[in-house]
Design a protein around this ligand. Structure first.
Ligand code: C2E
Ligand code: MG
Ligand code: MG
Length: 648
């Protein structure tokens, strides 16, 4: 049969173009990237061998028979190797784990090894093909074996992709599946319709093109704005270095409050500043070590085993941020928090490294911005604990694994508990009871506060219904509402929907907000408070005395209750002056029609302070501790606080 090799030549041309264009791309030597290059090489080599073999076979008689055998064996075996390499590449994309890929590959390679044996024995046995005068190349009884093994590889590829589809994003799943399907389709087309056309090269080159466009393209790992490598590349390189047990340092440069820079100068100039910073970093460190890992964050991975070069780079960067940055005619002093970690001294796995870096940059920001923080051993355990708590929070939101405790609040005038504060509790399987002081900031960072609010509200409504059923009277239960919670969209509608579901009056719900809420968004908070107030929801100003709000703002906002923070109470026990200030404040609030609650009353001395300042309500361990639902119900039923009684 005379083969038409035009499709094969065209495919070879396309493969060569991909080879040239991808030369500079994605140089990170991950298994996936190495295998892509291998697929490319194998495809080109195989096409060259197939073209050579078919051309030489057509001129049988002009070549020594040994040469003909060598070229035919190479051509046939290389087609098997091409599909095997593609199978290996798919596994690398799915598992990203070298060991797992090689374990499975050993199994997949068995048919290929058998095929090699059959091919090598063919010159003697004529099993796959033979050269017989005067016809030349003749298929042997085992001719179908080569195609069968290639088809087996393609089928294995389909099976591996389908079995692991849950791990893959939809688009990736489609891309991976497209190349075995393409190979199988073209093999069938060639078999049944275009027998004289050699299409194997077309299908592999088309597959290469798909992989190149969707998975191996340079744009996937390069940041458009700065031309630096991006977060994906950063993670890949970290993973690879950790796998190879290399010693290295990471420097994170995180711009502080960059949103404010964008707001002040506009997005274009904001981009200009980012480009200036990136240019500066490339001046002091070769570009291949620098990454833009988020909008306003750069990462540098340094191979240096000794820390002096790292220290030098860190100091240079830190000092540079004392000087202004220029872009499009404007000049501005940016602030950057810097974190430095030695790997693997400070962390050993990718997740550990990432959470350590997040922890360090967070620390350098909370330490006052513009600071350099060097990771140490304690940070790793802190970062680890934080990550575990964050995971536990997410789980608890789904499974409802939180408890809400209630701390009864004593009303001086009525001499009984008339309300309670809802306080969230998280029990961690490893760390035991985690205090809200620790997990609330983590939930805030993880963006979980919205869901937490409704979870608490739901429990509170159920508690209020329980009290109603038991005929226990209570004025209200207050819920702590932090900044991201109070500014949620449709807050009033959602609260009413939940209270209605439980058949609870909305005026049984109070919200506690702190001074930082209106320090941040003074303009918005008034509207929200009036809106919720229309439905009977009342407001407590919590922890008064710990923030920086001015009194005139507090008085203007519709607060029914002011909770004076426990630290003010403790100070007042030690200082007559503090006591006088507190007395004056409490009187001023009372005169403005607000009720005063004193928090943190633990001792008789604290109680005396509450009496001196004429507090309307008292909350504290001396009266009642926060307790689980049933206990709190019993405490409220008992109602009366008998002097000297301590619930602790
Ligand atoms: P907070 O709103 O000021 O709550 C009062 C805190 O003081 C509670 O701590 C309570 O157990 C504690 N406390 C009560 N009486 C005394 C006392 O006599 N002495 C001392 N030393 N402490 C007393 P807890 O439960 O650890 O909560 C801490 C903070 O966590 C709360 O302060 C609140 O800001 C926040 N929080 C708790 N639950 C929630 C929630 O559901 N949502 C939100 N956004 N924040 C919450
Ligand atoms: Mg509170
Ligand atoms: Mg408080």
């Amino acid at each position: 049969m005379t083969w038409n090799l035009v499709p094969q030549y065209t495919a070879l041309l396309f493969a060569a173009i991909i080879w040239i264009y991808s030369r500079e791309d994605n140089v990170i030597p991950t298994l996936k990237n190495r295998l892509f290059r291998m697929c490319l090489r194998m495809t080109v080599l195989s096409m060259v061998f197939v073209i050579a073999a078919l051309t030489m076979n057509a001129r049988y008689g002009e070549w020594p028979i040994a040469v003909l055998h060598a070229v035919n064996i190479l051509a046939l075996f290389s087609t098997v190797l091409v599909t095997l390499t593609f199978l290996q590449y798919s596994m690398a994309v799915i598992w990203e784990n070298e060991e797992q890929v090689y374990r499975n590959l050993k199994l997949a390679a068995i048919p290929a090894v058998l095929c090699a044996g059959a091919l090598l024995s063919t010159p003697a046995t004529g099993f796959i093909y033979s050269f017989t005068a005067p016809w030349g190349y003749m298929p042997g009884p085992g001719f179908g074996l080569v195609n069968a093994i290639s088809i087996l590889h393609l089928a294995a590829m389909v099976a591996v992709i389908l079995l692991n589809r849950k791990k893959l994003q939809r688009s990736l799943f489609g891309v991976l599946l497209s190349f075995p399907l393409l190979g199988l389709t073209l093999a069938l087309v060639q078999e049944f319709y275009l027998r004289q056309y050699m299409l194997s090269g077309v299908s592999t080159t088309a597959s290469l093109l798909i992989v190149y466009l969707y998975l191996q393209n340079k744009r996937i790992v390069v940041d458009d704005l700065t031309g630096l490598q991006n977060r994906t590349a950063f993670r890949q390189v970290l993973q690879l270095r950790l796998q190879n047990k290399q010693i290295f340092h990471i420097i994170i440069v995180s711009l502080d409050s960059f949103k404010a820079v964008n707001d002040k100068f506009g997005q274009t100039r904001g981009d200009g500043f980012l480009q200036s910073v990136s240019r500066y970093l490339t001046d002091i460190v070769p570009i291949k070590y620098i990454y833009r890992i988020s909008g306003d964050e750069f990462g540098i991975i340094l191979e240096n085993k000794d820390s002096s070069a790292v220290q030098l780079a860190t100091t240079a960067i830190h000092n540079r941020f004392r000087e202004p940055w220029e872009t499009e005619g404007v000049s501005y002093i940016l602030s950057a928090s810097i974190a430095v970690a030695a790997i693997p001294v400070h962390a050993g796995t990718l997740e550990e490294v990432i959470s350590l870096l997040e922890h360090c940059t967070h620390r350098s920001k909370t330490d006052g911005k513009g600071k350099v923080v060097y990771a140490d051993g304690t940070m790793v355990s802190k970062a680890h604990r934080k990550r575990r708590i964050s995971e536990a929070l997410e789980e608890a939101i789904v499974s409802g694994g939180f408890t809400v405790h209630y701390q009864p609040v004593y009303c001086v005038r009525e001499d009984r508990f008339t309300s309670a504060e809802a306080l969230l509790r998280l029990d961690h399987p490893d760390f035991g009871s985690v205090s809200p002081g620790e997990f609330i900031p983590i939930a805030e960072e993880a963006g979980l506060m919205g869901e937490l609010f409704y979870l608490v509200l739901d429990r509170v409504c159920s508690f209020l219904r329980l009290l109603e059923q038991k005929n226990i009277s209570i004025d209200a239960v207050s819920i702590n509402c932090s900044v991201p919670q109070i500014f949620q969209e449709n807050l009033a509608e959602n609260i009413l929907r939940i209270t209605e579901t439980y058949g609870i009056d909305a005026n049984k719900i109070c919200l506690e907000i702190t001074e930082n809420t209106f320090a941040e968004r003074n303009d918005l908070i008034t509207g929200i408070m009036y809106d919720l107030g229309q439905h009977g929801i009342q407001f407590y100003l919590d922890d008064f005395g710990t923030g920086y709000s001015n009194l005139s703002t507090v008085v203007k906002l519709p607060f029914e209750f002011i909770k004076i923070d426990k630290n003010l109470v403790y100070e007042a026990t030690a200082s007559q002056k503090s006591l006088s200030v507190m007395k004056g404040l409490a009187a001023a609030f009372a005169e403005s029609g607000m009720k005063v609650i004193i928090e943190g009353v633990e001792t008789d001395a604290h109680r005396e302070i509450a009496a001196t300042v004429n507090a309307d309500y008292i909350q504290g361990f001396l009266y009642a501790r926060p307790m689980p639902e049933e206990e709190a119900a019993a405490c409220l039923q008992q109602g009366r606080f008998s002097d000297g009684h301590n619930n602790s």
